[in-house]
Design a protein around this ligand. Structure first.
Ligand SMILES: [Ca+2]
Length: 473
């Protein structure tokens, strides 16, 4: 009997001990239509990301902010940008110190935390990833970095960009002088080391690629971002010519995206080899929509937003609806789709809920805006209740208010360079109203037809601004 009790306790403790690891993989500027699991017309081959869709749940109405910084603010805080920025643009000013970030909450719960790649949420005193909950950090602070060592060094030395530190890599808080061949390989290798070193305890891995990002290849840096080998492979596989800027940029975009997928495959394989794959929640997402050929930097873009209006930097669906996949065989459904409205602020509570860490009802000065998606990941048929959602670009250059199926859009300024070439979006004449159920392409402004609906959504926005002590602009 004593033996049986001990045996039972042992089994129970083993069952309890299975670590609930979290691997959050973020692509930079990958469009809603770039992955074949979201858009069957996409030719880019990403079998490893596709496998996450087969093993897990695909969110087809997942929304984020249209540019990197506010999108990452919401991801890390579970809050809207205006809830937790002292001054607009957290890339420079950081997130309010009384707002707890995802790595801090997981670290406090006993998780080993490692971040690799793009941060873009400040690097001043108190804002550095190491100050905000990461035990280990290897990456860069700015919005982008060149893929190859020689390219990054050259850009850094020439001070092409106003903040030269943006082309430097940091290990912890120290500049790393370690040369590298390709950023995608460097970041994946560092992330895989972190997994191997922490396999016996719960860990949180944030792998934040600089890939694919827009305008990879243009006259400012006219060398391929991809290696010669990948370029040749893509040219041969897709029979692509390489005579024009557009053609070469397309080759580059496909090559870096497919290589990111291949390295994600290596990471997933490592989880399997370490027997961690069943109980690890793997999330794959993009931080905002793609820069597309017809929008923004006309000649230098190859992303695909799957026919949605516009792309990165504006709050039409092409800028804010992005790919999102979650997989964990032991905890959530397989090969399912959740089509209800979900958003970036939901990721923090979802991860905490998965990890059995209490979800705080407030964060900083305001109620937590995100909700846990775990109930819908376990039972994808469960309907998600519509709620008011607000997406605001840096400095409020673009705002949208969504309560499905309705959406209000206000764009204050034209965005993107080479504006003479781009057929990009200009400022709106006040607020535009769309019904996403009938018009996902946002072509028919219904604001004059349904003024009461326009007022209702505007009222949500005004109430929200008042609640965070902001004046309406
Ligand atoms: Ca981005």
């Amino acid at each position: 009997m004593k033996f049986l009790v001990s045996f039972f306790l042992l089994i129970t403790s083993l069952a309890v001990a299975a670590p609930k690891n979290v691997v959050l993989i973020m692509a930079d500027d990958l469009g809603f239509g770039d992955l074949s699991c979201f858009n069957s017309d996409s030719a880019i081959q990403t079998p490893n990301i596709h496998r996450l869709a087969e093993q897990g749940v695909k969110l087809t109405s997942f929304h984020v902010n249209a540019v990197c910084v506010p999108s990452r603010v919401s991801l890390m805080s579970g809050q809207y940008t205006l809830d937790c920025e002292e001054k607009p643009h957290a890339a420079k000013n950081g997130i309010k110190q009384n707002v707890s970030l995802l790595p801090e909450l997981l670290k406090n719960a006993g998780y080993a935390t490692g971040g690799f790649g793009k941060w873009h949420l400040g690097n001043g005193e108190g804002d550095h990833p190491i100050d905000r909950g990461f035990d280990e950090w290897f990456g860069f602070y700015g919005g982008w970095i060149r893929y190859k060592y020689e390219q990054a060094k050259e850009t850094h030395i020439r001070h092409i960009i106003p903040e030269p530190h943006m082309q430097l890599l940091y290990e912890g808080k120290e500049v790393s002088d370690e040369p590298w061949e390709h950023m995608t390989d460097l970041l994946t290798d560092k992330a895989m080391n972190f997994v191997s070193e922490n396999k016996d305890q719960p860990f949180f891995l944030f792998l934040s690629y600089n890939a694919p990002h827009g305008w990879l290849y243009h006259e400012m840096h006219p060398e391929y971002s991809a290696t010669d080998e990948w370029v040749e492979s893509v040219k041969t596989k897709y029979k692509l010519p390489d005579e024009t800027w557009e053609q070469r940029n397309l080759i580059d975009y496909i090559a870096v995206t497919e290589h990111m997928d291949a390295r994600i495959g290596d990471l997933l394989e490592l989880l399997k080899k370490q027997n961690l794959d069943e109980d690890t929640l793997v999330l794959f997402m993009s931080d905002n929509g793609a820069i597309t050929p017809e929008f923004y930097y006309t000649l230098y873009a190859s992303g695909n937003n799957g026919g949605l209006r516009a792309g990165k930097a504006v709050p039409y669906e092409g800028g804010i609806r992005v790919p999102m996949l979650l997989s964990c065989p032991s905890a959530i459904a397989a090969n399912e789709t959740v089509s209800g409205f979900t958003m970036g602020v939901d990721i923090l509570p979802t991860i905490l809920d998965f990890a059995d860490v209490p979800v705080p009802p407030t964060n900083g000065d305001h109620p937590l805006r995100g909700v846990s998606l775990m109930p819908y990941l376990e039972q994808p048929q469960k309907p998600i209740s519509p709620r008011e959602a607000f997406f605001v670009n840096n400095g409020q250059s673009g705002v949208c208010v969504i309560k499905e199926p309705w959406k209000l859009v206000n764009l204050k300024q034209r965005v993107g360079a080479n504006t003479d070439l781009a057929t990009n979006e200009g400022p709106t004449d006040g607020w535009l109203l769309f019904n996403l159920e009938d018009d996902i392409g946002e072509q028919n402004d219904l604001s004059k037809l349904y003024p009461e609906k326009t007022d209702e959504l505007l009222g949500f926005w005004e109430d929200y601004n008042r609640s965070v002590g902001r004046e309406m602009k």
